[in-house]
Design a protein around this ligand. Structure first.
Ligand SMILES: Nc1nc2c(c(=O)[nH]1)N[C@H]1C(S)=C(S)[C@@H](COP(=O)(O)OP(=O)(O)OC[C@H]3O[C@@H](n4cnc5c(=O)[nH]c(N)nc54)[C@H](O)[C@@H]3O)O[C@H]1N2
Ligand SMILES: Nc1nc2c(c(=O)[nH]1)N[C@H]1C(S)=C(S)[C@@H](COP(=O)(O)OP(=O)(O)OC[C@H]3O[C@@H](n4cnc5c(=O)[nH]c(N)nc54)[C@H](O)[C@@H]3O)O[C@H]1N2
Ligand code: SF4
Ligand SMILES: [Mo]
Length: 686
């Protein structure tokens, strides 16, 4: 009996990037447990990944290439050899390229694994040779990162673990106890030591349950509240003028811009009373160790990037960047990416990134439905990996309509027969995290994680890197950069900034450009051309960012004409503790322990519709209609309803469709994000 114990890191699209110890016996994975020495996760995983062995060894795993035999979406396939499947992909992709041009091919990916080499790897270089369309933007992080960058020049935020030193922590649209669970102990400790914890969220989440104060705005209206906070900071002279004059551009203009944006102006727009806004502003302005922490939920609105732009301005105005426990903690992933800061890691495969990327048609990632159904020059070949867009993209009814097109050839690389894979013409089986080598660049903390494989991939599954090597070979591309080994790719990605051996030995290594207790903007040093924080858009004005941050009522939100027919705001948050996005919701060991899909309504909204707990209701707008059981809740304010997201299609019942069939796929104000949260629906009894 041969037992192997290796150090690894969770690959999921989750801020915690936990360290684990994976064990195999005679080549079979037997255990995945938290690595007690990991500085962030400290030996704990989560209710999803505690059952990772069951996912890896699950009987439904895809272990050979598959070729479609039934109609698209039926899930009927036959097994094929790698050679046969590769040959079919090459001949179809070549036919599409020859008939319609390379841009009729679209590579589409998400962050199923966030690994440095397994996320998108050498795919850029491969698709560049095909002259394909490219992807820009993202449903996750693009809008908030861009919003922050308009002020700081970069998405670099404060280390959230520094909230250990905070006197006030504002969790602004993030459900920490669910989505970022390993940060919570630090927040809870700060709270015990006297810090005030404030949650700003349209839903009273499990995180809000533990807060000292819960502020419940209407979804997508934070911009009004933030403009009012800035108004109060300036009107009450709670501004750190020394910091602002030394390190910010455009203060006078901003001050003039917000002069009428009083709390009384904002209150009816955001649904929070003026006194609450004023008190919040005053506490932000008088408590230097105030940390503002946001993640992704709040960016899922048209106004998401501007909301982040304004949040990023606040610690500049108050000077809280100078105080340990202050600042603005969004994603810290970017600290692993900067190469202009001494000791930074060059995350990414710069030399295998396509040189002609800028010259090819680029399509917004969240707009997949539109890309597949509305382009004048249609996509005819689609390659999907690391994602499940039929469940995860906004307006996914349009994604499904696109995938049903007979003149579209679709390839999917997957672990399981997902609701997306069912529409593929060819499926390639993908290796799982304990079966491949990688480095994880965390976005919730400052340690890069090593991932050593504990076993070979099961069956004929391969890591994404190997999939792209095989494709390159099948296309006859012999460029050496397309055939680098995984270790060579890792070395190329981290350069000589990281001690790979130390990372491999310990399972993690800290990003060296952010030492403990470091205050990144203590002395300014923003990443803008001037080195100053931009309170007016100097650098980004040319790319669609308004000179000053504006309150813009959203097309599908408060006050919009559509409210006549669809008067309720639909929110679709992550809620199940055992799902990670859409992953695990197909496994009974997870799904059977969670509530089935349902719609949550406030009692007032239910009563006017004659609905009571357990009734069945129709939830609809012009995009789609779903039938769901009703749950009455006091966690929402009247006018806001919620259908938690993550469930597989079949969990909703017999009809095809899931909650993202209802959501809004329009673009964000800038930053190429998505608008899930700006969705109006009507609910009626059946
Ligand atoms: N258990 C679990 N953990 C996860 C995930 C998971 O699926 N399950 N997914 C992972 C991923 S990919 C991500 S991106 C992160 C996301 O982490 P979070 O951003 O923390 O999670 P979300 O549920 O997307 O959104 C957080 C909160 O934002 C609120 N929100 C929505 N709109 C607004 C608004 O207009 N204003 C304000 N103030 N708040 C608003 C929502 O009500 C929600 O409670 O979680 C990661 N962790
Ligand atoms: N309504 C609503 N929709 C949302 C959100 C929401 O809050 N509400 N959140 C949005 C957010 S923040 C995100 S990040 C997205 C997430 O959406 P997705 O990225 O589509 O969802 P995931 O479940 O993270 O994973 C995607 C798939 O990648 C596969 N995968 C994992 N590892 C590998 C691998 O190594 N190789 C290959 N080939 N495949 C792999 C998994 O099996 C899984 O099926 O959803 C978005 N959609
Ligand atoms: S999903 Fe998140 S919390 Fe769970 S093990 Fe992975 S990184 Fe940790
Ligand atoms: Mo995400």
């Amino acid at each position: 009996m041969t037992t192997l114990e290796v150090l690894g890191t969770c690959h999921h699209d989750c801020p915690d990037s936990c360290g684990w110890v994976a064990t195999s016996v005679d080549g079979v994975l037997t255990s995945v447990k938290g690595n007690k020495k990991h500085p962030f996760s400290k030996g704990e995983l989560c209710p999803k990944v505690n059952k990772f062995v069951g996912r890896v060894n699950h009987e439904n795993r895809l272990l050979t290439p598959l070729i479609r035999t039934g109609v698209k979406g039926s899930g009927e396939f036959r097994e094929a050899t790698w050679d046969e499947a590769l040959e079919l992909v090459v001949s179809e992709f070549s036919r599409v390229k020859d008939t319609y041009g390379g841009e009729a091919i679209l590579p589409w990916w998400s962050a199923g694994t966030q690994g440095l080499i397994q996320n998108s790897g050498t795919s850029n270089a491969l698709f560049a040779l095909l002259g394909s369309s490219t992807q820009y933007g993202s449903v996750c992080g693009a809008a908030s990162g861009f919003g922050m960058a308009t002020v700081y020049g970069h998405g670099l935020g404060t280390d959230p673990l520094q909230c250990e030193h905070s006197d006030q922590i504002i969790l602004w649209g993030t459900n920490t106890r669910l989505t970022n669970r390993h940060l919570w102990p630090t927040i809870a400790k700060a709270q015990k030591d006297g810090a005030k914890v404030i949650v700003v969220d349209p839903i009273r989440t499990i995180t809000a349950d533990k807060a000292d104060q819960h502020i419940q705005p209407l979804p997508g209206t934070d911009v009004a509240m933030l403009l009012a906070i800035i108004n109060v900071l300036i009107a009450d002279d709670l501004v750190d003028h020394d910091y602002v004059s030394a390190h910010a551009l455009g203060f006078e203009e901003l001050a003039a811009h917000v002069v009428n944006s009083t709390p009384e102006w904002a209150a009816p727009l955001c649904g929070v009373d003026a006194e609450t806004i004023r008190d919040l502003a005053r506490s932000i302005g008088t408590i230097p160790a105030t940390m503002i922490r946001g993640l992704i939920g709040v960016e899922h609105h048209f106004s998401g990037p501007t909301m982040y732009r304004l949040s990023a301005m606040i610690p500049v105005l108050t000077g809280s960047h100078k105080t340990l426990g202050g600042g603005f903690a969004r994603s810290v992933g970017a600290w692993a990416e900067v190469d202009d800061v001494d000791g930074g890691v060059v995350a990414g495969l710069a030399s295998v990134v396509a040189p002609n990327a800028g010259q090819r048609r680029s399509l917004r990632q969240p707009a997949l439905g539109e890309s597949l159904t509305q382009l004048a020059d249609p996509i005819h070949a689609l390659f999907i990996w690391n994602g499940n867009p039929v469940l995860s993209m906004p307006d996914s009814a349009a994604v499904r309509r696109g995938l049903e097109r007979e003149d579209l050839f679709t390839v999917v690389s997957e672990h399981f027969m997902t609701d997306t894979a069912r529409y593929a013409d060819v499926i390639f089986p993908a290796a799982m995290e304990t079966e491949m080598v990688d480095v994880m660049p965390a976005w919730g903390h400052l340690w890069l994680g090593w991932n050593e494989p504990a076993t070979d991939p099961l069956g004929e599954a391969v890591p994404n890197t190997e999939l792209f090597r095989r494709l390159a070979k099948a296309f006859g591309f012999d460029q050496p950069e397309l055939h680098l080994s995984d270790m060579d790719l890792i070395k190329m990605a981290v350069g000589d900034h990281v001690d790979i051996e130390a990372m491999r030995r310990d399972g993690y290594v800290r990003v060296t450009n952010y030492p403990e207790n470091y205050l990144p903007y203590e002395n300014g040093g923003f990443h803008t051309p001037s080195g100053k924080a931009e309170l007016v858009a100097e650098s980004f004005g040319a790319v669609g960012v308004s000179h000053l941050p504006e309150w813009i009522p959203v097309a599908e939100g408060p006050g919009s004409p559509q409210m006549d027919r669809h008067p309720l705001f639909l929110q679709t948050p992550k809620k199940a503790t055992r799902f990670l996005n859409t992953s695990y919701s197909d496994l009974p060991a997870h799904a059977d322990l969670e509530t089935k899909p349902h719609i949550e309504l406030d009692l007032a909204d239910a009563e006017v519709r004659g609905l009571t707990e357990g009734d069945t209701a129709r939830v609809f707008n012009d995009r789609a209609s779903l039938t769901l059981p009703v749950a009455i809740t006091d966690r929402l304010r009247p006018g806001v309803v919620s259908v938690p997201w993550g469930y597989v299609d079949s969990a909703y019942g017999d009809a095809t469709g899931s909650v993202n069939d209802l959501t809004n796929a329009a673009d964000t104000e800038f930053g190429a994000g998505s608008n899930y949260g700006d969705t109006l629906v009507q609910v009626e009894a059946i």
